[in-house]
Design a protein around this ligand. Structure first.
Ligand SMILES: NC(=O)c1ccc[n+]([C@@H]2O[C@H](COP(=O)([O-])OP(=O)(O)OC[C@H]3O[C@@H](n4cnc5c(N)ncnc54)[C@H](O)[C@@H]3O)[C@@H](O)[C@H]2O)c1
Length: 251
């Protein structure tokens, strides 16, 4: 991936951070975007320590103008955009439908869904302008494919991410732009640890029971799938929804 540029949102922690580092190890220049400046800059420091090039861009993916500026900053820093992983999202809500808080639901739509539309809008425009194609991975969830009772906002937005990805895949296939969705199962990240603490669960009960493989996934295992989808090894793969879930969704 030397000479090519990857943009990762939510790159300050968890899977976004692992993904940014994975692109850097493959030689790509990386834009690490996050709402958390300290965390995002730490990721950049770790990438530079590997000897690769990276820039931090502060972004709130709930803000269209900031998403536009993030893509502009990518082109200004490295001259091109080849790969994008739209990963930033907020965690499951814990209210049933009759109790849903409208403001919380609207926030989830903005951060988890509209952001994916807007990220793709500006990323695809940049890719079309350069006329070199590209590859986009949007991060869904096993909740893109199987609902979670008590989590209507998260389930609905993650289902819709698949619809958006597939629409983009069809619209821009003839321009050489591939778009796929990666659906993680339970992965050991700050998001999962915070959700577990809210539910009063222990690491033990969590780890043993949640996947057929008998463990949580690592952020790196998801990063490697996104990396593969962006690589030339996946050059004929578009419009696909790929679970990285330790067998969680196995029928
Ligand atoms: N952890 C899991 O078990 C799991 C399972 C399925 C899907 N996912 C999905 O994987 C993706 C990454 O999850 P994670 O567990 O690594 O999350 P995380 O909470 O550990 O890290 C998310 C990162 O995104 C950033 N972020 C949050 N809101 C943002 C915003 N508005 N603008 C920009 N950056 C923002 C945070 O600062 C943080 O650095 C998310 O889309 C999540 O829904 C996670």
């Amino acid at each position: 991936m030397k000479g090519r540029t990857a943009l990762v949102t939510g790159a300050g922690a968890g899977m976004g951070k692992a993904t940014a580092l994975a692109f850097a190890r493959e030689g790509a220049d990386v834009v690490a975007a996050d709402i958390d400046e300290t965390a995002g800059k730490n990721t950049v420091d770790e990438i530079e320590f590997l000897g690769a090039r990276a820039e931090f861009v502060k972004v709130d993916v709930a803000d269209s103008g900031q998403i536009h500026d993030m893509v502009d900053a990518t082109i200004s820093s490295f001259g091109r955009l080849d790969f994008a992983v739209n990963n930033a999202a907020i965690a499951p809500d814990r209210l049933r439908i009759v109790d849903v808080d409208e403001a919380e639901f609207a926030r989830m739509l903005t951060v988890n869904l509209t952001s994916v539309l807007l990220c793709m809008r500006f990323q695809i425009r940049a890719m079309l302008d350069a006329d070199r194609g590209g590859s986009i991975v949007n991060i869904g969830s096993v909740r893109s494919l199987r609902a979670l009772a008590g989590s209507p906002g998260y389930t609905a937005t993650k289902h819709a991410v698949v619809g958006l990805s597939n629409t983009a895949a069809l619209e821009y296939a003839s321009d050489g732009i591939r778009v796929n969705t990666v659906c993680p199962g339970p992965i050991d990240t700050p998001m999962l640890r915070q959700a577990r603490a809210r539910r009063g669960e222990t690491a033990e009960s969590d780890t043993k029971t949640r996947t057929p493989l008998g463990r949580l996934g690592t952020a790196d295992e998801v990063a490697r799938t996104s990396l593969w989808l962006c690589s030339d090894a996946a050059s004929f793969v578009t419009g696909q929804t790929i679970a990285v879930d330790g067998g969680f969704l196995t029928p």
